[in-house]
Design a protein around this ligand. Structure first.
Ligand code: G4P
Length: 507
């Protein structure tokens, strides 16, 4: 196969949903169709339930499994695509469903070329899905929707379509349908099929034709139109229809914008960026794995590559004797991987999220989104004998992107910023179990962390001096103003008109 053929047959996407909408069930059914697994129930969900603390601890213990499933690659030959007879290579990226890990999900979205959103038809679009959709819109990511659990009593399909269109903010069009009752259906009719013409009540069909546009692939690829499939992952209704339509229409790897230029996947030389680091995948070996999305060309085992340095640093060359790819649940050493694939590289502390790796060209892929932390706590050492372990643990978990670290300029205390309470629990648990360190949280009432910059150095210096008690440094040594109320922030913004206040570290 030529490089071009290899890349064109790749489909790298994420399935995102609210917890319990059916993401794990759908993923499993897709793997079954691909022949990657043979029995249902083989995929361990890495979802974390807030209600049962023991649940996620258990999952943490099974980390080997849950992480191996965070990327799933498999081959699929579509029956409907006989003319071209392509065997597609599918990479599914798993995302944690829990909202406290939204940041993880957003970062995963930077590594995919399209997204399938799973919605529980009984619940409709939920707040968190709405936020995800905003990110997709911002990035112009093509989206398909799977309206799951249609085997249950639920809302009318027309109402569901309205709901999705309103909440997702882009046009939608149904690609499958069931009877007009919308309740408890056991089969779906694909658009254009004979059943679509004969089984849908005439009034409904007229309405469908009137209200919803004909599917247009170009509009879908531009992120302006989302095809919607109805079905049930559990009962395996409408899943193959979704998969066949997906491989045919979803994008192969797309160009990626770097600071210097746009990188086309078909370029022969390798480039990629790190979107995720996972520490201690195997508790028996203190190893980290850095997940790289390949943006162009081919990655080869044992070839020398260049890691782009942070500003002012020197590029480092390195090669990898055991890069891994993920086939279904198995992790395998690979000799080569193509644009669109995800490779796992063993990490001994060399990588940070957002790092670019190339065949030598100086290139920096644009920053990954980093979200504004919403909760803050002081982190304190609860075991004086283990200070070193604690420091190391905090450093690695922050590199992994679990949360954000700030060091107060006033008293040197460490502050952790998260988007949800569960993240604090996970940090504490992982520090204890992976680093043998104990921590304690102390409350801190804080409104926002603002990264500040200005072209007026004198004003910036004055601000930092006057607000010294509110100043902190992030882990890259950048200035952060920790506003403890909306009012304080407002006053600061009014008093210092030349200072720009950013609410994420990416600007
Ligand atoms: P998630 O990964 O998005 O969190 O959801 P998951 O697939 O784990 O599904 C959540 C629950 O919804 C599961 O039930 C699952 O069986 C059920 N489910 C998924 N798809 C459908 C569907 O199409 N119809 C119906 N009726 N139910 C569906 P559970 O009781 O939490 O787990 P389990 O006992 O089935 O394992």
């Amino acid at each position: 196969m030529t490089l071009q053929e290899e890349i064109l047959r790749r489909r790298t996407f994420a399935i995102v949903s609210h917890p319990d909408a059916g993401k794990t069930t759908l993923t499993e059914k897709l793997l079954l169709y691909g022949g990657a697994i043979h029995v249902a129930g083989a995929v361990k969900s890495n979802k974390i339930k807030r209600t049962a603390t023991s649940d996620w601890m258990e999952i943490e213990k099974q980390r080997g499994i849950s992480v191996a499933t965070s990327v799933m690659g498999f081959d699929y030959r579509s029956g409907v695509d006989k003319a071209t007879d392509v065997t597609y290579h599918i990479n599914i990226l798993d995302t944690p469903g829990h909202q406290d890990f939204a940041e993880d999900t957003f970062r995963t979205l930077t590594a995919v070329d399209s997204v399938i959103i799973v919605i529980d038809s009984a619940k409709g679009v939920e707040a968190q899905t709405r936020r995800l959709m905003e990110v997709c819109r911002m990035r112009k990511t093509p989206v398909m929707v799977f309206m799951n659990k249609m085997d249950r009593e639920g809302k009318d399909p027309f109402d569901l379509m309205d709901d999705v269109e309103k909440e997702l903010g882009i046009r939608v069009t149904p690609m499958s349908w069931a009877d007009g009752q919308g309740l408890k259906f056991s089969e779906v009719w694909t658009r254009g099929s004979e059943q679509w013409e004969t089984r849908i009540a005439e009034a409904d069909r007229e309405l469908l034709n009137e209200v919803y546009p004909v599917f247009d692939q170009a509009e879908y690829l531009a992120g302006d139109l989302a095809p919607v499939f109805f079905g049930s992952a559990y009962k395996t209704i409408g899943v193959q229809e979704l998969l066949d339509f997906f491989v045919l229409n979803a994008p192969s790897p797309r160009p990626v914008q770097a600071e210097e230029r746009k990188v086309d996947p078909m370029e022969e030389t390798f480039t990629g960026f790190c979107f995720k680091i996972h520490a201690n995948m195997d508790p028996n070996h203190r190893s980290c794995i850095a997940f790289f999305k390949i943006c162009s060309g081919v990655f080869h085992r044992n070839e020398w590559y260049t890691l782009m340095p942070p500003p002012g640093g020197k590029p480092a060359t390195m090669r990898f004797s055991s890069p891994t790819c993920f086939m279904a649940q198995k992790k395998e050493t690979v000799d080569e991987a193509y644009a669109g694939d995800i490779v796992g590289l063993p990490d001994t502390g060399n990588f940070k999220i957002g790092d670019t790796l190339t065949s030598g060209e100086i290139l920096h892929f644009k920053g990954l989104p980093s979200f504004s932390p919403e909760m803050f706590k002081y982190i304190e050492n609860a075991d004086p004998m283990k200070q070193k372990q604690l420091d190391k643990g905090i450093r690695q978990l922050m590199d992994e992107g679990v949360a954000q670290l700030f060091v107060s300029q006033l008293n040197g205390r460490k502050i952790i910023g998260t988007v949800g309470q569960l993240q604090f629990e996970v940090i504490q648990y992982r520090l204890e179990h992976e680093y043998n360190a104990l921590c304690r949280w102390e409350p801190l009432s804080m409104y926002k962390a603002c990264w500040i910059e200005s072209d007026d150095q004198a004003e910036l210096d004055l601000f930092k001096k006057r607000k010294a008690q509110y100043m902190a440094l992030d882990k890259n040594g950048r200035d952060v103003f920790m506003a403890d109320s909306a009012y304080i922030l407002q006053v600061a913004q009014n008093d210092y008109p030349h200072i720009r206040f950013h609410f994420t570290s990416e600007f």
